[in-house]
Design a protein around this ligand. Sequence first.
Ligand code: NAD
Ligand code: ZN
Ligand code: ZN
Length: 377
Amino acid sequence: MKAVVYHGPFDVSVETVEDPKIEAANDAIVRITSANICGSDLHPYEGRVEFEPGSVFGHENMGVVEEVGPGVNRVQVGDRVSVPFNLACGTCRNCTEGFTSACLRANPSGQPGAGYGYPMMGPYRGGQAEYLRVPWADFNLLELPKGGEHELDFTMLSDIFPTGFHGTELAQVSAGNTVAIWGAGPVGLMAAHSAAIRGASQVFVVDFEPDRLKLVERFGATPVDASNSDPVEAIIELTDGFGVDCGVEAVGYQAHDPAGEEHPAMVMDGLIAAVRATGRIGVVGVYEPQDPGAATDAAKEGRYAFDFGTAFTKGLSIGTGQCPVKKYNRQLRDLIIRDIATPGLIVSHELGLDEAPRAYDQFDKRVDGWTKVVLHP
Ligand code: NAD
Ligand code: ZN
Ligand code: ZN
């Protein structure tokens, strides 16, 4: 089959690799209909983290079940399914408590949590390919209505829609709250959509990219352009000097200033300043743990020096982490079916698998208009 293969920083190609096979009784093989490129794919693409050449990318996958192992009995051949990016056993202590993002069995490296397309998250090939092997298929796969409807909405259920929602859950967004989100990338836009669905009265989204700021309005939120003014001042002013109740970090440690210089702690500093005393912050942007092989000093040490003193003085609550997709994906699917949620509005490009190298290049360079790419193998 064809797949998107990583060779080194800024170097991916579409090649023929071996077809996946049923390896365990509870495996399924899914024929991929949509696989999205994610901001998380850019960390290895840019060489920020160590990554094995030859790996197949792709953790945002959906498709149709092609084959099942003898131990699979809920999911059936022909089912249309979404594949959560967290690959989980379903029976360990963390899975049974709903934290599939911290599964204790699926990742043999010992680090909690497993996923597709990341060698550090287990030996599971990615889904930017024609087919994908899904272990513990009965537990992991989410069934979708058959047919082709809502493909672009449903394909957001594997990661970014639940992840944006998780940001608002960690920040405890509830009816009438005001919310500030840093980052108008796909995850930040999904957090804005989620905040509106949860009844927020006002949602601000901070970024510098004009095309992304334009999309903010599509989700009924207020864009805050940080390119030539201080976003914290703007948000404080727009909330009558009070600050927002809730904040969501949807950028990650590669945060940079408008000139492009990286400041890994600047987004946390902004949030801590913009959220009112005793407010809440949800951090879903990725911060890498201590990794001596990492490309930046902050990531080498795993220390991102934000203003913890002010966070403490204001009594802020901060929640962090990878999204346990299964905790939300069924409910979010049903909001899509009822036309209450429309996450597919962020898609800018639908391309064939062969166009993946160009898509990575353009999405990584933030070329105007490249907000979210969906590959159809
Ligand atoms: P992205 O790179 O497309 O978007 C990030 C956005 O942040 C960009 O639009 C960029 O212009 C903006 N930005 C950079 N510096 C900024 C600053 N100082 N102030 C305001 N905006 C700034 O990425 P994405 O796909 O939207 O993902 C965002 C983050 O979420 C990444 O770190 C990604 O790895 C992470 N993520 C986490 C999970 C999870 O489970 N927690 C899941 C998916 C993605
Ligand atoms: Zn993703
Ligand atoms: Zn588990």
